[in-house]
Design a protein. Structure first.
Length: 78
């Protein structure tokens, strides 16, 4: 997860800085996002065990899902 976060941060930093090779910055960012999506499944399992794993994963998903649900309405222009 540390590697994933580092790659995402590096990729975004390169994009914001206006790196001359945007494709490289996007690949670094995409690699970080991919690693993050893979790591967020087994990491809670390793840290907290199998008991209540499904409930824990549901609780961890709630904030992101709420933001995704609210975003279209909060950013829409009337």
């Amino acid at each position: 997860m540390i590697v994933a976060t580092t790659l995402v941060t590096l990729g975004l930093s390169l994009l914001v800085a206006g790196a001359p090779i945007v494709a490289v910055a996007l690949m670094i960012y995409g690699g970080g996002i991919g690693l993050e999506s893979i790591a967020k499944g087994p990491l809670p399992l390793a840290l907290f065990g199998a008991d209540g794993y499904a409930t824990l994963m549901g609780k961890l998903a709630v904030p992101g899902l709420l933001v995704q649900a609210i975003a279209p309405f909060s950013l829409a222009r009337c």
